[in-house]
Design a protein around this ligand. Structure first.
Ligand code: ATP
Length: 361
């Protein structure tokens, strides 16, 4: 396993800047995600790491060694693709052994290593089968075994679960995490599925238009997004627009529906008078009980219930605030419906759950 350093990587295709000045540090043994919407450059970045493309600018280092000009077959990376890319005319065993043959590994060692790789992905009973006799999930396990058997320094996974149905995707998330933990190999995993990234990643880079918008572990990115793009892309959120009136913590934002306070340190430099948006997660908003003890109420939003959806373990509310802004919230203890469609409702949120962000351009 290796650490990876990307220094100012840029790659253009004609007029399109697919990867734009990306710098990242990925530590040894990390399960690191590149996450972002379609076209943000994550596959191009993975291919640059594999060596299939050369960057126009910047350097790629494996364990501090510059590999920017090293051809792919000298980088010792294992690839796993969305479409599995198994050889249809070879058995499962032969598919996994193929890379060892290329590397001239002696046949007795090949046998041990293929057995071990198939055991690792729980496919040891399927060595004689042909790939077209396997389910999609099984084929992806074989593709993983084929990547692991060469004992790569880093495994690169490009949307590996996209072709699987929802249930198998969930199962394979746990499997890949387990295999990662068992092997300790550095893995870089590309996906546009934020739930995959949140549930599996040690750390992730959220990408937008070729650039890294934010790097961090799942919890910090969810709780402290640095931009409206990240807040919106990772999980669900509500945006309430306003103008910053105090940039000292607690921050104050004047909105069309009242003043919102935030005790979250802003990521970027904001000044009083700036147009901003307040990001508040649905689970951070609660219904204010009308008979709650008096006193000055902070961070209150008044509106009218538009819709409620009861889902057993929780209930979703959609509320139209007095200025027309739609807000979603989640009640995790839906013993009773707090208000039905058309009813006025008062919402509250804690200042520690309000993240003030620069208004997107
Ligand atoms: P997806 O999730 O849809 O695969 P992505 O985030 O992986 O998207 P890339 O495939 O890296 O994005 O593409 C980034 C940008 O570069 C896109 O605008 C794409 O059209 C362009 N691009 C990628 N590969 C090439 C190529 N070989 N030739 C020309 N343009 C390309």
């Amino acid at each position: 396993m290796v650490s990876l350093t990307l220094q100012g990587i840029t790659r253009k295709f004609g007029d399109v800047t697919a990867v734009d000045d990306v710098s990242l540090e990925i530590t040894r043994g990390e399960l690191f995600f590149l996450l972002g919407p379609s076209g943000c450059g994550k596959t191009t970045l993975l291919r640059l790491i594999a060596g299939f493309y050369a960057p126009d600018r910047g350097n790629i280092l494996f364990d501090g060694q510059d590999v920017t000009r090293t051809p792919p077959h000298r980088r010792n990376t294992g690839m796993v693709f969305q479409n599995y890319a198994l050889w249809p005319h070879m058995s499962v065993w032969e598919n996994v052994a193929y890379g060892l043959g290329l590397r001239k590994v002696p046949s007795s060692e090949q046998k041990d290593r293929v057995s071990e790789a198939l055991r690792m992905v729980r496919m040891d009973a399927y060595g004689e089968r042909s790939p077209n006799q396997l389910s999609g999930g099984q084929q992806q396990r074989v593709a993983l075994a084929r990547a692991l058997v060469i004992q790569p320094d880093v495994v690169l996974l490009d949307e590996p679960l996209s072709n699987l149905d929802a249930r198998l995707r969930l199962e394979m998330r746990d499997e890949i995490r387990r295999i990662h933990d068992e092997t300790g190999t550095t893995m870089i995993y590309v996906t546009h599925d934020q739930k995959e990234a949140l549930s599996m990643a040690d750390r992730m880079a959220v990408m937008d238009m070729g650039a890294v918008a934010q790097t961090g572990d799942p919890r910090s990115i969810y709780a402290r997004p640095v931009s409206a793009f990240v807040a919106d892309f990772i999980g669900e959120t509500n945006f309430v627009a306003g103008r910053l009136t105090s940039a000292e913590t607690p921050l104050s934002v004047e909105t069309a529906v009242g003043v919102l306070h935030s005790t979250v340190e802003p990521a970027e430099g904001l000044s009083p008078g700036d147009e901003v948006v307040c990001s508040v997660r649905p689970e951070a908003i609660r219904v204010s009980e009308p008979d709650a003890a008096g006193g000055e109420e902070e961070n209150v939003l008044d509106g009218v219930v538009r819709q409620t959806v009861y889902l057993g373990d929780h209930e979703q509310y959609s509320v139209r605030l007095d200025d027309g802004t739609l807000v979603k919230l989640v009640d995790h203890h839906p013993g009773r419906r707090r208000a039905g469609p058309g009813a006025p409702i008062r919402l509250k949120c804690d200042a520690s759950q309000v993240v003030v962000l620069g208004k997107p351009g």
